[in-house]
Design a protein around this ligand. Structure first.
Ligand SMILES: Cc1ncc(COP(=O)(O)O)c(C=O)c1O
Ligand SMILES: N[C@@H](CCCC[NH3+])C(=O)O
Length: 442
């Protein structure tokens, strides 16, 4: 459930028409809904009810300061994977005591900064990392709270690039080997074992893999308890999927209920690290059609957003719904043409409010980047004219945060809507920022 909806034939974010946002801030532009973000965060927080818990938003999904600040004000913790994300959380007013540091390659300077600000826990992914954290903590005269991220060898049944819980993946410590590593960790003067962590992948659409992983983690917790190693919290990672097109993932309430049922009366605090399920459907990418280009085989709609703005379709073949900002009026004459001849584009009037409605056609929605893989949507049935605005839904997570300057394209603006107000929360990058910091040879 989100707050992007049509009023009349105009798509709105909460009470603000997206057309007005495009006119005021330009395109491409990410638009987030404050109400949706809050609702999704609360859905997780409420779902765990009175069970001790902490919902740590995965900063990688959307690291805009306004988003982080909003979640921090709701009481969120944060799951980070770099010192850059840590600094973002701090700049946004997040509590370092609610920060979980994940990631397979934490550098010494990153660990030092996390120790300095006093984060909640390091999710340790290898024995070498454990040794490094121990040494750095001793050097500073502190004790580092640690969990081991275990690899439970569970198939997340998601895209292979975003499945992380299989033996062959780089993530975590083999769950079979974890017991010995815990014993070793428990003896180190610079470490305090506080939890077990597990994150098996992203965009999971069924509960089975989560429960399989939890069962394996609980077995490990029991074995550790038998050896006097006390676990305070279980961090079950993120990964809950969202609906992009026709997926039907469980809602946070059902997911949390299933975890809770399996946990029964066990007293562990539960930490979750959702990213996508909080931010994904709280954002759209707003883009304008620059050109319609019929070719002998396809109709291309070349829009002003590209793979550098939204990488998921190019990287994973991900499908995200693309909808018109101005929905065409129902028009009996605008039936699909029976043949596949490309539509003529020249006679389409510029003003979308007065021109005749174009016919729906199958379009390849592509960007201006010089890569054949630069597509945002394939074979989408839309009634388009040049100048039209489109909204790519489900872009609030792994959208802007994965964007780049490829082809020397300034990164998009980001706008947060709050009721009937639209706030610019990151201005569009300028052209000179593209090469700021670069030097020519003397
Ligand atoms: C360690 C860790 N935690 C949390 C997340 C957030 O995942 P999601 O956005 O699928 O909830 C990720 C990304 O998959 C991750 O790698
Ligand atoms: N970037 C991915 C998710 C990766 C999750 C990171 N652990 C996506 O867009 O679906």
């Amino acid at each position: 459930m989100d707050h992007f909806h049509y009023q009349g034939n105009q798509l709105h974010a909460e009470q603000v028409p997206l057309q007005a946002i495009a006119e005021r801030f330009g395109t491409p532009c990410y638009v987030y809904s404050r109400a949706t973000l809050s609702r999704h965060w609360r859905a997780f927080d409420d779902a765990l009810g009175t069970r001790p818990h902490l919902i740590c938003f995965a900063v990688k999904a959307n690291s805009n300061l306004a988003v982080l600040n909003l979640l921090a004000r709701l009481g969120a913790g944060f799951d980070i994977v770099s010192v850059g994300e840590l600094e973002r959380v701090l700049a946004a007013g997040g509590d370092p005591g609610k920060v979980i540091f994940s990631g397979v390659g934490k550098r010494a300077d990153e660990i030092e900064r996390a120790l300095e600000v006093g984060i909640r826990c390091f999710n340790v992914e290898s024995e070498s990392e454990l040794a490094r954290i121990n040494a750095l903590a001793i050097e500073r005269g502190v004790v580092a709270p640690v969990s081991l991220r275990v690899n439970p060898d569970v198939d997340a049944q998601s895209h292979p690039y975003i499945s992380t819980g299989l033996k062959e993946n780089k993530f975590g410590i083999d769950i079979e080997a974890a017991e010995a590593v815990y014993r070793h960790a428990a003896e180190q003067p610079g470490l305090r074992v506080v939890g077990i962590d597990c994150h098996i992948g992203s965009q999971l659409t069924s509960l089975g893999p989560f429960i399989d992983a939890l069962e394996r983690v609980l077995l490990l917790a029991d074995r550790l308890a038998a050896q006097g190693i006390t676990i305070e919290h279980l961090d079950l990672g993120g990964g809950l999927g969202i609906r992009y097109t026709d997926e039907d993932p469980p809602l946070p309430a059902a997911y949390a209920a299933a975890l809770s049922e399996r946990l029964g009366a066990r007293a562990f605090e539960v930490i979750l690290e959702p990213g996508r399920a909080i931010a994904g459907n709280a954002g759209v990418l707003l883009t304008r059609v620059e050109y319609l280009k019929p070719t002998p085989t396809h109709r291309f709609a070349i829009v002003d957003a590209a793979m550098n703005d939204l990488l998921r379709p190019a990287l994973y073949g991900a499908e995200q719904e693309i909808v018109p900002v101005r929905r065409p009026d129902p028009d009996p004459k605008s039936e699909l043409r029976p043949d596949s001849t490309p539509a003529p584009v020249a006679d389409q009037a510029a003003d979308p409010n007065t021109r005749p409605t174009p016919s729906p056609e199958l379009y390849e929605i592509v960007g201006p980047v010089c890569e054949t893989g630069d597509f945002l949507g394939r074979a989408r049935r839309l009634a388009l004219a040049e100048g039209d605005l489109l909204a790519i839904r489900g872009s609030g997570a792994y959208g802007f945060s994965m964007s780049s300057n490829y082809n020397s394209r300034p990164r998009a603006a980001e706008v947060m809507v709050d009721g009937d107000q639209a706030h610019l929360v990151r201005r569009r990058e300028t052209l000179s920022e593209l090469f700021a910091g670069e030097e020519t040879l003397p």
